[in-house]
Design a protein around this ligand. Sequence first.
Ligand SMILES: [Zn+2]
Length: 343
Amino acid sequence: MKTFYSAAHLEHAPANEFEGGRLTPIPEVPARAEAVRARIEERALGPVVAPAHFGLEPILRVHSREFADFLVSAHADWTKKYGPEAVEAVPSAWPALGLRPNRAADIEARLGTYAFDTATPIVRGTWEAARSAVDVALSAAQCVRDGARSAFALTRPPGHHAARELFGGYCYFNNVAIATQWFADSGARCAILDVDYHHGNGTQAIFYSRADVFYCSLHADPAFAFPHFSGFADERGEGRGEGANLNLPLPSRTEFQAYEQALTCACEAIMAFGADILLVSLGLDTFENDPISDFRLKSDDYLEIGECIARLNKPTLFALEGGYDLATIGTNAVNVLEGFEQG
Ligand SMILES: [Zn+2]
C-alpha cells in the first residue's frame, strides 16, 4: 500500500490548549505522524511518497472562500494585533446563542465565528500544514482512482471535526470530506467509515443532506464526550440525505467485543448503501492507553478492524485522524492497514 506524506505538517506545532480549566500541553503533536511514518518504514508497508499539488479548487468544493481566506491570514492578523510574541491564535469569545457571527471584522470576531473550541490554535505553520494535508488526501484519492485497491493518506493535522465554515478538535480543513467530494465530482458514490474515538461532526455536517455520500461513525457517546453537540443516534440525515447518516455512539470504557458488533453493523449499512469508494477516517484514539480517551481496544484488535474493512471489498482510502498515544499509534495504525491487506 502506498502512503502519501508531506513534511509540511512539522511546522504546525502549537504548544498548548485550554482544557478542563487549565492551559495544558496539546496532545496533537508532529511526533504522532512521524511515529506512524516510522512504523510504515519498519514494516515495509510500501513506498512513502510526497503529494501532488491540487490547489484551492477542491478545498472550495467543501469549505467557503471566506473560511479559506481567513485561515490564510489568521496568524498574521493575530500577531499584527497582539505582537510577534503572540504565537498561538485562540479565540476568547464566540457568537453563541443570541449573538451575531461576524466574518468581516477584527481577528477576534473572525476566530470566534469560525472556531468551536479552545483546543485548536493557529500558528505560523498551520495554513501550509492544513493545505498540504489536503494534498496528501487528494493524492491518495488519485492513487485509488488510478486503480490501487487502497492508499493511505498520512494526514496531519486531522480533519473530521472541521465543517464548511468551522474548525476545532485539532482540525482545520476536512481532508476526508474534500477527498470524498473529489470522488463525488466524478460521479462516484462514496461511503465514509469513521472509526475515530470522537464523532466526526464536521464530516457529518458537510454531507448531512446528501444522498450520494453515506457517513457512518462509531464513537464515544457525545452525552459524555467531545464534540458534545453532535454524534447522537437520532441524527440520520435530512432532506435527500435522510437515512444516509448513521451514528453508533458507544459507552465509556467500550471493549473490543462490543466495538466489533458496532463495526459489523456499520459494515452492513455500508454494503446496503452500495458505495463505489470507501473512505476511512482512521483514528487510533480508541486504544486502551490513549491519554485523552477511554475505550479499551488493544493493538491486535486493529488487525481485525482492518480485516473487517477489507471484507467490504471496495477501493479504500485510509486517512489518519486522531490517536495520541505516541508509543503505539504507529503500531496500531499499521495494524489496521496490514489487517486490510491480509483480509
Ligand atoms: Zn479523536
